[in-house]
Design a protein around this ligand. Structure first.
Ligand SMILES: C[S@@+](CC[C@H](N)C(=O)[O-])C[C@H]1O[C@@H](n2cnc3c(N)ncnc32)[C@H](O)[C@@H]1O
Length: 402
């Protein structure tokens, strides 16, 4: 590859990386920040900065090894990591002083030493590599490799306003090429700024991965139902549920964070959704008062996010064993308490964007074997894996209440 390289791009990448690794800031926010600092950049330059920054975040441990840096802190250190990433991908580097003695030969020599060190090669903390091996056995290696790739961009057509066929045509007029892959899902085959399109502003689609689009349809909702989305967040799945309910029936979106529900309200307005009400879970009473009110319940619970590392690669550096234990305890509590909101004869979907059985199958098994789960049976479950279906790692289980 012989891309033209500019010092200003490396400056922007290094600035984003310093904030991500030294201050613990989110990668997507930092990339937006540095891109906003120079609005004159064209789309290729913006894409270069975003892609290289994500590349370094994804491959941080490997790049520290290749660039022979124990603990990068300075601006030059992050230039050097980015340089090592480009060399590793076959790009020649200019002789800028920040790169120091980096050379293709040395990077190749260092690369040859990691064949038997998966955690370094795939850039993952040792504790996570051990956990993945313990949880997924032989599947872990392929999952890890797939999670280090760039995520495909998938849209969900908002059927309240358009159809996949009409949306494909409307987006093509704005030079965005898409392919209908399933139900409401379109795969974007040419990356562009989707949020600037007329179709987005008019609420004709939402960005939502293929795997995540499997949760709402699994609830088998209809326009007569009362549906509760109990961990609704900013409402990706609530909006999907509203469309499947044809904007009828009653949809109640709950979350412990009111600011997320405020964001959901804005998105609902854009999407033309009007069967939805939001309510913050400010005390345990909110859930108690809803005992046996719902025909359908979605529990898209907080999780490790290990299935969506392609999209949020910085999460692997922020996650820690204590957080994982806490979130597992919280998931079990949510399943046991919130399931009481379902009427006899109703249905519930328990979902996570994790690939770990401890957050998925084990939680469902435990629930079914305890007092809270005595009226419940498992109808089906599936773990979507990035190396199998090709999209985010995701778990969906469907449970029926007798
Ligand atoms: C995986 S996210 C939900 C994503 C959302 N369903 C979507 O499709 O966009 C999990 C959500 O659970 C919320 N949450 C955390 N603890 C909770 C609790 N105890 N009860 C309800 N929601 C909770 C978080 O604030 C977060 O928004």
């Amino acid at each position: 590859m012989s891309a033209r390289l500019y010092p200003a791009h490396f400056e922007a990448i290094a600035s984003a990386l310093q904030a991500i690794f030294l201050k613990g800031n989110y990668a997507d926010k930092e990339i937006s920040r540095v891109l906003k600092e120079d609005k004159k950049r064209g789309s290729k330059d913006r894409a270069f900065i975003a892609e290289q920054t994500y590349g370094v975040v994804r491959n941080y441990r490997l790049l520290k090894h290749l660039a022979e840096l124990e603990n990068p802190t300075s601006r030059e250190d992050f230039w050097r990591l980015t340089g090592a990433w480009l060399l590793h991908n076959g790009t020649n580097l200019p002789g800028w002083k920040e790169f120091g003695n980096l050379s293709r030969e040395r990077v190749e020599e260092r690369m040859a030493t990691v064949d038997d060190k998966r955690a370094v090669r795939e850039s993952i903390p040792d504790w996570l590599d051990a956990l993945g091996t313990d949880q997924l056995g032989d599947n872990w290696g392929a999952t890890l490799t797939a999670l280090n790739e760039q995520a495909p961009v998938v849209l969900r057509t908002n059927r309240l306003k358009t159809t996949p066929e009409e949306l494909i045509k409307a987006l093509a007029k704005e030079s965005i090429l898409t392919e209908h892959i399933a139900a409401d899902a379109l795969l974007v085959t040419e990356r562009r700024n989707l949020f600037a399109t007329k179709a987005f502003k008019a609420g004709h689609f939402e960005l939502q991965d293929f795997s995540s689009q499997q949760a709402a349809p699994s609830l088998d909702v209809d326009p007569s139902h009362t549906v509760i989305d109990a961990c609704a967040g900013a409402g990706g799945k609530s909006l999907h549920l509203a469309a499947l309910m044809q904007n009828r029936g009653k949809l109640l979106s709950l979350d412990v964070h009111n600011w997320k529900l405020e964001e959901l309200k804005k998105r609902a307005k854009r999407a033309g959704v009007n069967n939805l009400e939001t309510r913050a879970i400010s005390s345990t009473k909110i859930v108690k008062r809803l005992t046996e009110r719902a025909d359908r319940l979605l529990l898209d619970v907080p999780c490790s996010g290990l299935g969506v590392l392609r999209r949020n690669p910085d999460a692997k550096w922020k996650l820690n064993p204590d957080f994982l234990e806490r979130v597992i305890t919280e998931q079990a509590d949510i399943l046991a308490r919130y399931s009481r909101m379902v009427k006899p004869g109703g249905k519930m979907v328990y979902a996570t964007c994790s690939i770990l059985p401890r957050e998925n199958d084990d939680q469902v098994d435990r629930f079914l074997n305890e007092e809270a789960g005595k009226d419940w049976t498992l109808a089906r479950k599936h773990t979507y894996l990035p190396q199998v279906e090709g999209y985010d790692g995701f778990f969906v289980s469907v449970l029926d209440r007798t």
